[in-house]
Design a protein around this ligand. Structure first.
Ligand SMILES: [Ca+2]
Length: 233
């Protein structure tokens, strides 16, 4: 995996990550009862701008020709996704389709900022989850990017709820608690090495444990959770 190359791809999407803090050391879990690392983002991207003006400027920049549009996360350039499979996703619940837009689970790993998984349970979504199933030959994951909330527009992001804490389980075991900032930007977590056990699909589950409330709706959205890692280039 060529980290520099991957960074260049993201940078072209106007999302150059700016490290704002060093990796947060792992510490004991809640109340010291479980030895689960509590992680803060190692880096946070620049604030999104998906305004019509930004979309027009993005299209006019020849460097962005490898992208379908401003919402396309990795485009056709080299990235971890040359080797990482999208896999299949299931969710505990899904908000019903409204007009042209749907909120199905697969939206959380379609490498597109415009689409989101939105939970459909009563209340604010605490306890709801999405689970990724990645094939047994998937490369090793070392970083996870969470695009928290419905980021398609700033208004949609503000009006809907977004996770504040995600519990992450790998193959059914608690791996980490991800503490998210309330920011309209990508958030990158360094999670150690996550890889499939020999010959078995890898399951990664994210459970909503706390939320930042939306100004209008109690629906909680995640636009994308995607990966970076090693063993691809
Ligand atoms: Ca998406």
């Amino acid at each position: 995996m060529n980290r520099f190359c991957f960074a260049a791809v993201i940078g072209a999407a106007l999302l150059i990550s700016t490290a704002i803090s060093a990796k947060t050391p792992a510490k004991k879990g809640p109340n010291g009862t479980a030895n689960v690392p509590e992680l803060s983002p190692a880096s946070v991207g620049t604030i999104f701008d998906f305004s019509p003006e930004a979309q027009k400027a993005f299209k006019e920049n020849p460097d962005n020709e490898v992208y379908a549009d401003i919402f396309d996360i990795v485009g056709q350039g080299c990235s971890f996704y040359c080797g990482c499979n999208i896999g299949t996703i299931k969710a505990s619940s899904t908000l019903h389709q409204q007009g042209k837009r749907n909120y199905r689970a697969s939206n959380v790993h379609d490498l597109n900022y415009e689409t989101a998984w939105v939970e459909g349970a009563a209340g604010n979504g605490v306890g709801e989850w999405v689970e990724y199933t990645l094939p047994a030959d998937n490369p090793t994951i070392t970083e996870i990017c969470v695009v928290s909330g419905y980021v398609r527009t700033k208004k949609a992001w503000e009006e809907n709820s977004r996770p504040a804490v995600l519990e992450m389980l790998v193959d059914g075991k608690r791996k980490a608690m991800l503490y998210l900032k309330n920011v309209y930007a990508e958030q990158w977590f360094e999670v150690g090495e996550i890889k499939p056990k020999k010959g078995k699909d890898l399951k990664i589950k994210f459970v909503i444990r706390d939320v930042y409330p939306g100004t209008k709706y109690t629906d909680t959205a995640i636009s994308e959770i995607y990966f970076n890692g090693i063993g691809v280039h």
